[in-house]
Design a protein around this ligand. Structure first.
Ligand SMILES: [Zn+2]
Length: 340
């Protein structure tokens, strides 16, 4: 599939792995829409094919897509499989990544699987289990003091110095991997969902899944796009702000226990908000006070997820009866990664 700079149109080069356009600094993305069932996963740890389980919530039938059961305990594995498969096809032997935890752990695991030497920059505040997991896979871990954005600055410096930056945010190669989640939901339900609720930090999972549903629409498998609902923590909600006010300039970055979605500058924010609007969906921002109670409510149903994933519960509490059926909630990360 053809990839080009979204700003100047220059095609992705046939060799090397630039994380942004060397001519203008623009982002790379796919030029043509994804096709149904299209994802190169030559490097795999058995990601995907996660259960879709239903439960009665506030008198409504809700389906839970259990992405926390992926090989490293989060949905990131779908995108990392396609990203690392690309890296290996380019002969990469060493690469760096920045992450608040889940993407770093996933990258470390798939790099180990592919025989690629990995270095991961993490914010000093990232939770202990994720850091231990990154190191256990054999990656070199660099803790960076300060907010999440400082880890991004550190990794970009290393990338400018010539390292391969296997960015799950800048590079588009994880998006076809995320699209496979949409295809599975369709296959498991036997129809298209009415609404899909998913936590959003960079919004990449939401974007990839929405493209997956668009591929199903073009293939005539479903008749209508599901309403995509992205959930952020109020402590740092740039996608919510962009959707609501048209700008991310006034966004604050406060600490949150939903560390996986704390991201001040989502790099594909415009594309994410645009596809969200096209689906008739919306963003929701959730106050800190509701996050742990959501985690507990999900656990009482047998779903042990991390606080970031529990953001979705507030949407069910507030608006389950307004959402078109069938409602699918994506549970993104394992509770085993978070100690409180
Ligand atoms: Zn460009």
């Amino acid at each position: 599939m053809k990839i080009a700079c979204v700003n100047c149109g220059q095609a992705y080069p046939d060799s090397g792995v630039p994380y942004k356009c060397p001519s203008c600094g623009g982002l790379y993305d796919y030029v043509e829409p994804l096709a149904f069932g299209e994802a190169n996963r030559s490097v795999s740890l058995g990601e995907g094919n996660t259960p879709l389980l239903s439960a009665k919530i506030f008198d409504c039938e809700v389906y839970f897509k259990c992405e926390y059961l992926d090989p490293t305990g989060s949905f990131k594995d779908r995108g990392t499989a396609t990203l690392v498969s690309f890296l290996r096809s380019r002969g990469v032997t060493e690469a760096i990544e920045d992450s608040s935890g889940n993407a770093g752990a996933s990258f470390a695991a798939y790099a180990a699987r592919a025989g690629i030497k990995a270095r991961v920059y993490v914010p000093d505040s990232a939770s202990g289990p994720k850091r231990k997991q990154i190191e256990a896979y054999g990656a070199e871990m660099i803790p960076v003091p300060g907010p999440r954005s400082k880890a991004s600055e550190a990794v970009i410096q290393a990338a400018e110095a010539g390292m391969v930056y296997a960015s799950h945010a800048y590079l588009p190669f994880n998006l076809p991997g995320y699209a496979t989640c949409a295809h599975e939901i369709y296959e498991q339900l036997g129809c298209g969902p009415g609404a899909v609720i998913v936590p959003a930090g960079q919004g990449g999972f939401l974007l990839g899944m929405a493209r997956g549903f668009e591929a199903l629409l073009r293939a005539d498998k479903i008749q209508k796009m599901p309403m995509m609902v992205g959930v952020q923590a109020s402590a740092c909600a740039p996608l919510y702000d962009l959707w609501k006010t048209g700008t991310m300039d006034d966004v604050q970055e406060y600490p949150t226990i939903a560390e996986g979605v704390r991201n001040r500058w989502p790099v594909r924010a415009e594309a994410v908000v645009e596809i969200m609007r096209r689906s008739g969906g919306r963003f929701v921002s959730v106050d800190e006070a509701f996050i742990l109670s959501g985690r507990d409510a999900l656990a009482r149903l047998g779903f042990y997820v991390e606080p970031t994933s529990a953001l979705v519960w507030r949407v069910l509490e507030e608006s389950i009866s307004d959402l078109p059926d069938p409602v699918v909630v994506v549970l993104t990360g394992s509770g085993l990664k978070y100690l409180s």
